[in-house]
Write a protein that binds this ligand. Structure first.
Ligand SMILES: Cc1ncc(COP(=O)(O)O)c(C=O)c1O
Length: 377
């Protein structure tokens, strides 16, 4: 019987331990496993190749994203790099103008050195994507909603553009999570996650993942490279991430409900010039988000009328929103992105990014209200 998403989130990769009957998954820390008798194949051999805790997590990730295979990585960036490293000299990759700064750093600093052509484009503009792809594109990368401007790209349309040119289509689904969006069902070949964020959910575990639509040669090639590069997820990190899966739908529901209230408050505040949150009817990607997402997520950014000074001041003067990088944990975070992104920043100077957490929405609004009012006095 096919289970619904929330049931899968609780039960995927959660079979009771056959040895002991333990309901909570065991953590296997062993780096090595006894060889099978001659003539039989080892199920597990060495932790860097595969290990039981990571295998459980991968089963859960594949089930939640609706893919045939998942691979866990030491970080989101290790997962990004694993896909980009499949590109060969002379090939072209098309990447979004607005995306995680680390992804931009990799395509700017690493790929051109290897003779790979990188074209940056606004992936919300399908005509621009078509001309950027030309007929020589090997990989189209999307991130939707994007970090930090919350741009919404039409994933089904991008998949079609990529496939019509024989290219693969990859999507960073970190902000939405599979609770809100299933890029594989919209045509993506591979979905990437920083599981550090909503999957982990408590700001205490770094990790990344790739989920493949098909368990084909591409997935196998990346699995083999992961073994060689060693970018595997440690068992304790896999266990924490697996635990995060269980409450992911429940947390996302509250994250989204809080975000809706916070965005409504911010949109009406005189110190705020623009709220980038796809749930607002005026957001340019609202209709697309409504079509391809089940809710609008809890990441947003605001642009302050008072420019850079006001943005930095707001990020420094909240109390419940902690001024720190990262996102997706229970606690609300606020950050002036241009200050933290370094050399590769494209963030407007007046932009502040918010990760709306699980606190009481009224407290969050009161906190932002105090901080915003202080920039106006
Ligand atoms: C959208 C997005 N993708 C990828 C990453 C990279 O993930 P990690 O920090 O786990 O390497 C991040 C990190 O902030 C992110 O926000």
């Amino acid at each position: 019987m096919a289970h619904k998403f929330d049931t899968l989130a609780v039960h995927a990769g959660a079979e009771p331990d056959p040895e002991t009957g333990a309901v909570a998954a065991p953590i296997h820390l062993s780096t090595t496993f006894v060889h099978a008798p001659p003539g039989e194949t080892d199920d597990f051999s060495y932790q860097r190749d595969d290990n039981p805790t990571q295998r459980r997590l991968e089963a859960a990730l594949a089930a939640l994203e609706g893919g045939e295979r998942a691979l866990a990585f030491a970080s989101g960036m290790a997962a990004v790099a694993a896909v980009l490293d499949t590109l060969q000299r002379g090939q072209r990759v098309v990447v979004p103008e607005d995306c995680y700064v680390g992804t931009r750093g990799y395509v700017t600093d690493v790929l051109p050195e290897r003779g790979i052509e990188v074209i940056t484009v606004d992936t919300t503009d399908l005509d621009a994507v078509k001309s950027a792809c030309g007929d020589g594109v090997a990989l189209l990368w999307a991130e939707s909603p994007s970090n930090p401007r919350m741009r919404i790209s039409d994933l089904a349309a991008l998949a079609q553009i990529a496939h019509a040119r024989g290219a693969r289509f990859a999507c960073d689904n970190t902000f939405a999570t599979p609770v809100l969006q299933h890029p594989l069902a919209l045509g993506a070949d591979v979905v990437m996650h920083s599981t550090t964020k909503y999957f982990g959910g408590h700001s205490d575990v770094l990790g990344g993942a790739l989920v493949f639509a098909r368990n084909d040669d591409f997935a196998e090639y990346i699995a083999a490279r992961r073994l060689l590069t060693g970018a595997i997820l440690a068992p304790f990190s896999a266990w924490l991430t697996l635990r995060g899966c269980r409450s992911l739908p429940a947390r996302m529901a509250l994250h989204c409900a809080n975000a809706r209230k916070v965005a409504g408050f911010l949109a009406a505040h005189p110190a705020v010039d623009r709220v980038n949150w796809p749930g607002l009817p005026g957001h340019p990607g609202h209709a697309t988000a409504q079509r391809q997402m089940r809710d609008f997520g809890a990441m947003m950014s605001i642009e302050l009328r008072g420019g850079y000074d006001a943005a930095v001041a707001v990020a420094r003067s909240t109390g419940i929103f902690t001024n720190a990088t990262s996102l997706g944990g229970c606690e609300s975070l606020i950050e002036h992105r241009a200050s933290s992104e370094g050399a590769h920043t494209h963030s407007p100077p007046a932009l502040v990014r918010l990760s709306v957490g699980l606190e009481d929405a009224d407290d969050l609004i009161a906190d932002l209200s105090r901080a915003l009012d202080s920039t106006q006095s």
